[in-house]
Design a binder for this molecule. Structure first.
Ligand SMILES: Nc1ncnc2c1ncn2[C@@H]1O[C@H](COP(=O)(O)OP(=O)(O)OP(=O)(O)O)[C@@H](O)[C@H]1O
Ligand SMILES: [Mg+2]
Length: 299
């Protein structure tokens, strides 16, 4: 599949190698064992509002395993509100990882990321969690920076539609030159669906994640995606980059048939969904850590 975005296609924007790596990390989420051999592990911890994600790379930077767990309300709008619950959530991910690696004891480097616009002190809590889990935190990155590294994009805009928020960041030369975060995300999509159909939040969430239901429910949830598009449009306009850079959507919130198109229409400019969009940020955290430890140009 190819998409038009600012005169380029997603196939031009992302290399085959990038797509393959994201595909294997996505596969690792449900693969009950290591994908490849490892001597050293580099762990990327993504403390999300809806999902905790853990990605493990080996000493060659190849994916070994990946785990996803519910965040259980320990994080709100990207900010940790229950420190102990966040640690427990990540401990569950680590338990799964350990089992998949054959219950071996291992040491590893760790890294985390934080949404743009929060204070350094609040961001530091993410690093503290990695350390509390027993790993030296060797990297603390801004989420859009790691997403751009995972996608191999030096210049572009990243729209991160997670559970709690829509984050917009413009990347130039690998650095964030504009960023904003607004409280509309996948959780709001679920709430609108639950309200419209008179069902519980959990039922609506199940329905939303079932790809077979996407066509049937899309008209109900379209306005939420249009709102995300308007948010992205207004911020990109303010940044001066609207229509001038490729826009790539990451995060799990827009992984619904029709959503990228509704967002693009409201933006008045094309936005394309990254392949395996939910694993882009955690992959980027592990990738930046691995590059840092191996002298690459990771931040
Ligand atoms: N198979 C799935 N597993 C988990 N979440 C899914 C799945 N499919 C879609 N989603 C949706 O993805 C959204 C969460 O995406 P993501 O994991 O990127 O967010 P997050 O990182 O937890 O949140 P944030 O970045 O806002 O802190 C939720 O709204 C959820 O409903
Ligand atoms: Mg996220």
């Amino acid at each position: 599949m190819s998409f038009e975005t600012c005169g380029a296609t997603i196939n031009n924007v992302l290399s085959e190698q990038t797509v393959e790596k994201l595909a294997s990390i996505d596969k690792a989420l449900t693969f009950d064992g290591p994908l490849t051999d490892w001597d050293e592990l580099y762990l990327g911890f993504d403390l999300g509002t809806t999902n905790m994600k853990l990605v493990a790379l080996n000493e060659s930077g190849q994916p070994v395993s990946a785990v996803l767990n519910d965040s259980r309300s320990s994080i709100r709008d990207g900010v940790i509100v229950d420190y102990m619950a966040a640690i427990e959530g990540m401990e569950m991910c680590l338990k799964t990882l350990r089992r998949r690696l054959g219950d071996l004891d291992f040491t590893a480097m760790g890294a985390a990321a934080y949404p743009p616009g929060i204070s350094q002190r609040t961001a530091q809590v993410c690093a503290n969690i990695v350390e509390a889990l027993g790993f030296p935190c060797m990297g603390l990155y801004e989420e859009p920076v790691v997403a751009s590294v995972a996608l191999g994009i030096e210049n572009g805009a990243i729209v991160d539609i997670g559970g709690g928020t829509t984050g917009i960041a413009v990347i130039q030369g690998g650095e964030v030159v504009y960023s904003a975060d607004e409280p509309t995300g996948g959780t709001h999509v679920t709430l609108v669906l639950a309200g419209a159909l008179g069902i519980s939040f959990d039922e609506a969430e199940r329905l939303k994640r079932d790809t077979k239901s996407h066509r049937r429910i899309f008209n109900i949830i379209r306005p939420v995606f249009e709102k995300m598009g308007v948010i992205a449009r207004d911020h990109l306009d303010k940044s001066g980059f609207l229509g001038k850079v490729p826009v790539v959507i990451v995060g799990g919130g827009a992984n619904i048939e029709g959503a990228p198109e509704a967002i693009s229409q409201a933006m008045g400019s094309e936005a394309v969904l990254a392949p395996y969009s939910m694993v882009v940020t955690p992959s980027g955290i592990a990738e930046c850590l691995w590059r840092r430890c191996h002298g690459g140009h990771g931040k």
